[in-house]
Design a protein around this ligand. Structure first.
Ligand SMILES: NC(=O)c1ccc[n+]([C@@H]2O[C@H](COP(=O)([O-])OP(=O)(O)OC[C@H]3O[C@@H](n4cnc5c(N)ncnc54)[C@H](O)[C@@H]3O)[C@@H](O)[C@H]2O)c1
Length: 345
């Protein structure tokens, strides 16, 4: 079987993480080129031993890769994605799929008209913990899902907010961070019916929010709350829970709690609480059952999956439509906070 030829567009923080994932993969994949408008990014291509281009068009016509990983800043996702699809390549685009719903719809239409697949980089969907939570909740082990609570509270460093573009709402924690948790919540609990939200920018005073609080009604009838901030010190977030990268020292604290009629689940530590057989009420002792799991190499599994999608073996695990639904639920927080109304999806 010939190897899948991938190109990388955008050689920044996450682009380099994709590059490392390609190098670790044993799925029969090779990096064939890198494109980035910033000349300094050429060193990334040189170290990988592949040609460097200053734009996506020249890369596509010179190399004709099977697939393109788009890891540009979110406001620059659209052009490289359309260029790659039009040139006949499949695309793995970083999250959020696009900064706006209109652009996301443009991508869905382009994928349909070119017959090329779009996979969206919600990489948490490649962790066993996330699958197990989905399996337990959707499989009815918790009984009827009734309530969910979660949080993502971390304190970003001052240097993070030195670039002016990071003062804008598009770079705030709702679009940048909540989108990961929203995607996981949709995957574990099912689709969202409505969102009520409040936001605040009292800490830094920029356009972007410093904190948000959400009430989520899922289509299943379950109710959820979620709080987040990128200015709050806390040990509670997916990144701290798992120690996903070396930048976030592991605390091992849970970030979400799911409660159903029969049992409750701590996440991502995956401990199940229940009253035991036939004693499902508050007067009986609760038992705690742990299901420890190792942390997978999600970025490598995502590249492996992208190769399977390109070979026509699997549909995208996170399709453009699925990621657009996650984006819709996430952007609804702003709409609700601005209008003071619950937003139905
Ligand atoms: N999955 C995750 O956990 C995760 C984490 C961080 C960022 N991201 C996403 O990845 C994307 C990139 O974020 P980042 O932190 O790597 O940003 P970054 O600023 O570190 O890197 C972006 C790179 O893209 C280049 N670039 C800009 N415009 C371009 C264009 N038109 N064509 C080609 N290259 C272009 C820049 O020069 C830069 O090298 C964002 O959409 C972000 O939301 C995902």
């Amino acid at each position: 079987m010939s190897s899948v030829r991938l190109a990388l567009v955008g050689a920044g923080v996450i682009g380099r993480r994709h590059l490392g994932a390609i190098q670790r993969s044993s799925a029969g994949v090779e990096l064939v080129g890198v494109a980035d408008p910033v000349p300094a990014a050429e060193s990334v291509a040189r170290e990988a031993g592949v040609p460097f281009f200053s734009d996506t068009e020249s890369l596509m016509s010179a190399l004709k890769p099977d697939g393109v990983i788009v890891a540009t800043p979110t406001e620059h996702h659209l052009q490289p994605t359309l260029t790659a699809l039009d040139a006949g390549a499949h695309v793995l685009v970083e999250k959020p799929i696009m900064p706006t719903l209109e652009q996301a719809e443009t991508v869905i239409a382009a994928s349909n008209s070119t017959g090329r697949q779009v996979l969206v980089g919600h990489h948490r969907r490649y962790y066993s913990q996330v699958h197990k939570a989905h399996e337990l909740v959707q499989g009815g082990v918790l009984g009827q899902l009734i309530t969910v609570s979660g949080q993502w509270n971390m304190r970003k460093n001052a240097a993070y907010y030195e670039p002016q573009w990071r003062h804008k709402w598009q770079a705030g924690p709702i679009v940048t961070n909540l989108i990961h948790d929203m995607d996981a919540l949709r995957y574990i609990c099912g689709d969202v019916a409505s969102i009520s939200g409040e936001t605040s920018n009292d800490s830094l005073g920029f356009e972007k929010e410093d904190a948000a609080a959400l009430i989520i009604r899922f289509k299943s009838g379950a109710l959820g709350t979620f709080i987040l901030s990128d200015q709050a010190t806390s040990p509670w977030s997916w990144e701290y829970a798992t120690g996903e990268t070396e930048f976030f020292p592991k605390t091992g604290q849970n970030a979400m709690y799911f409660s159903g009629s029969k049992a409750a689940l701590e996440f991502p530590n995956l401990a199940l609480w229940h009253h035991g057989d036939n004693t499902a009420d508050w007067n009986h002792p609760l038992q705690r059952q742990e299901m420890p799991m190792r942390l997978d190499d999600a970025f490598m599994l995502q590249v492996d999956h992208f190769c399977a999608v390109i070979r026509g073996e699997l549909p995208p695990r996170v399709s453009a439509q699925d990621a657009t639904d996650t984006l819709k639920a996430t952007l609804a927080v702003f709409e609700s906070a601005n209008s003071g109304q619950r937003v139905k999806l």
